[in-house]
Ligand binder design. Structure first.
Ligand SMILES: NC(=O)C1=CN([C@@H]2O[C@H](COP(=O)(O)OP(=O)(O)OC[C@H]3O[C@@H](n4cnc5c(N)ncnc54)[C@H](OP(=O)(O)O)[C@@H]3O)[C@@H](O)[C@H]2O)C=CC1
Ligand SMILES: Nc1c(N[C@@H]2O[C@H](COP(=O)(O)O)[C@@H](O)[C@H]2O)[nH]c(=O)[nH]c1=O
Ligand SMILES: [Zn+2]
Length: 343
């Protein structure tokens, strides 16, 4: 075996090991999904020279310790001496700024590990490569970009908020097999029965989605037609803030906050630290987001039956890329992402 092959075999082995430990970081990071917001979810593991995980942690709650601090804190006293030869893996670049806690890059340098591996650069303007730079300047090698897509995807809401200064936008609708979202309404008709498209199981998933996102929006016609509650009743967790788009707020129930344009509504959500928004519809409202390219994810539930003469569902935008398709009894739920995004 020549030298070159030897070296590349070693590289392959190291890459595979790096990916394995980074997978554990990603798994740990998800523990922060409820309370880390609006901070990103981050996981870290510390691996001794003989490949044993001697410490691990994740960012549990906004304002409290970062993943790296918790990982170092979990190392047993008997294993402290192994740190000098250890590698720390972190799903996001270690921070370099004083936020609610001190910089993790400084802690890593102080602890004096042998190597640092991070999943992706922190897109947050105050960090964005400065954490990596600080560690390298202290003479510790840093590998960047292990499982990068997964690490970025995990925090896509945080990334959109940081880069676009607006909430992450999920367009969501349920439709019949012939792409109708509601029964047809004749002019002036009131109290047309809402079209039941979700099953009892997928309804539960809808409420889970509500609990995971900061705000939910409908158009005025949907308020008139459905009298929706839009709260979390079939799952546990906080209800999202409820919003309506309309040029005339008169008669809209008081639990809705009304806006007459999308820009002002997004600015309000950003200023109030709402990280994500579900746009429930109807079609006019969904299309006004699609026309402006203002969406990050689309979730479409399709039932197996058809109705004649209903309200047409929006057309999927050309850059919608299928990420996931799941089958639940007779219904399917497709999740699309915006191709223009980092994913
Ligand atoms: N199956 C499903 O998933 C869903 C079905 N539906 C169904 O959809 C039907 C209603 O849909 P549709 O008729 O398309 O109406 P919408 O619910 O989308 O409401 C349209 C109205 O919302 C306001 N609006 C929308 N976009 C903007 C904007 N960019 N700026 C300001 N105001 C805006 C306007 O109100 P105004 O005229 O007051 O200014 C507009 O007339 C209902 O029958 C409902 O049952 C609704 C949601 C989900
Ligand atoms: N009918 C229908 C949906 N309709 C949406 O849900 C709203 C009602 O919410 P709530 O009052 O909280 O139950 C309604 O106004 C419309 O926006 N959604 C779905 O996922 N599947 C369905 O089958
Ligand atoms: Zn940190």
């Amino acid at each position: 075996m020549d030298k070159q092959t030897d070296a590349s075999l070693l590289d392959d082995r190291r890459r595979a090991l790096d990916e394995m430990y980074m997978r554990r970081c990603l798994q740990l990071a998800r523990g922060g999904q409820w309370y880390a917001k609006p901070n990103p979810m981050v996981g870290a593991v510390i691996v001794s020279a003989d490949g044993r995980i001697i410490g691990e942690g994740y960012h549990v709650r906004c304002g409290e310790a970062h993943a790296e601090v918790n990982a170092f804190g979990s190392v047993r006293a008997a294993d402290e001496r192994l740190l000098a030869e250890a590698t720390i893996y972190v799903s996001l670049e270690p921070c370099s700024h004083w936020g609610k806690t001190p910089p993790c890059a400084d802690l890593i340098v102080k602890k004096g590990v042998r190597r640092v591996v991070c999943g992706c650069v922190d897109p947050y303007a105050e960090v964005r490569g400065r954490g990596i730079e600080r560690i390298r300047q202290a003479g510790i090698p840093v590998t960047v970009g292990v499982l990068e897509r997964e690490c970025l995807a995990l925090n896509r809401k945080f990334i959109v908020v940081s880069n676009e200064k607006r909430p992450y936008i999920i367009l969501k609708w349920a439709q019949t097999a012939n792409h109708k979202i509601a029964y047809a309404r004749s002019a002036g008709a009131v109290d047309v029965e809402p079209l039941a498209l979700s099953s009892s199981f997928t309804k539960m998933l809808v409420h889970k989605l509500r609990a995971e996102n900061g705000a939910i929006l409908v158009g005025r016609e949907t308020v008139n037609a459905d009298h929706p509650r839009l709260n979390v009743r079939l799952w546990s967790g906080p209800s999202p803030e409820r919003l309506v788009l309309t040029h005339n707020a008169e008669g809209v129930p008081s639990w809705f906050k009304c806006f007459d344009n999308i820009g002002a509504m997004l600015d309000y959500l950003y200023a109030n630290h709402r990280q994500s928004l579900i746009v429930e519809g109807g079609t006019v409202t969904l299309n006004s987001f699609i026309e402006r390219g203002l969406w990050d994810e689309i979730r479409v539930e399709t039932a197996s039956f058809t109705v004649p003469n209903g309200v047409d569902a929006p057309e999927l935008p050309a850059n919608a890329t299928l990420l996931d398709k799941k089958f639940y009894d007779k219904n399917t739920i497709c999740q699309y992402v915006n191709q223009c995004q980092i994913l």
